[in-house]
Design a protein around this ligand. Structure first.
Ligand SMILES: [Fe+2]
Ligand SMILES: [Fe+2]
Length: 192
């Protein structure tokens, strides 16, 4: 039986909240992908699957640090409410924006205060990856709202996901290494 040092109690609480958020985002995006395929928006479905994979990587990274700090990584997975694909994209974008602007910066500041470097690393990796998701969801929304259904949102396509930090890219020619965590590009997972 391990225990959590008093000094680390809040950091572990935050890690658990992030673990729950990422685990539920994975479930949500997986369901949204099914709906997008059914709506004939298979490129958006590919994006949901790539982001879902990234959230799974974030959850696993957070879980590892929770364990290192003496905690137990468990959470509840909620039932997913699916709307139209446009509504789902908007809900996904909102979630990513909250994580980027509010949740991770707050968690990061707290971890920094207590010099919890492992927590800082996993929070930073996730926060930077979520920025790529927010950008790609934003693009998909703009195309859908603009009536441009004949663009990448319509057809199944490849996305590239960093297996270490979850950084997500739509092109394979962008980098030699992950711009967030320096993982070599050839290790990236192709999700479609
Ligand atoms: Fe994300
Ligand atoms: Fe990375």
């Amino acid at each position: 039986m391990t225990t959590i040092a008093a000094d680390n109690a809040i950091t572990v609480q935050n890690l658990l909240a992030a673990f729950e958020g990422e685990s539920n985002a994975h479930a949500k995006y997986t369901a949204f992908a099914v709906k997008a395929d059914a709506d004939g928006l298979s490129g958006a479905a590919s994006l949901f699957r790539a982001a879902a994979r990234a959230e799974q990587i974030h959850a696993a990274n957070h879980a590892r640090v929770i364990k290192q700090m003496g905690g137990e990584a468990k959470c509840e997975i909620h039932a997913v409410e699916t709307g139209t694909t446009l509504e789902n994209l908007k809900a996904a974008l909102e979630g990513e924006q909250y994580e980027v602007a509010v949740m991770y910066p707050g968690f990061l500041a707290e971890a920094k205060e207590h010099n919890n470097t492992a927590a800082m690393r996993t929070f930073t990796g996730a926060m930077e990856a979520e920025k790529t998701h927010a950008r790609l969801y934003g693009e998909a929304i703009a195309l859908l709202v603009g009536g441009k259904k004949d663009t990448w949102i319509a057809a199944t396509r490849d996305f590239y996901v960093c297996p270490v930090c979850g950084y997500t890219s739509e092109t394979e020619e962008e980098h030699e290494r992950c711009p967030v965590c320096n993982c070599p590009w050839e290790k990236f997972e192709i999700v479609r």
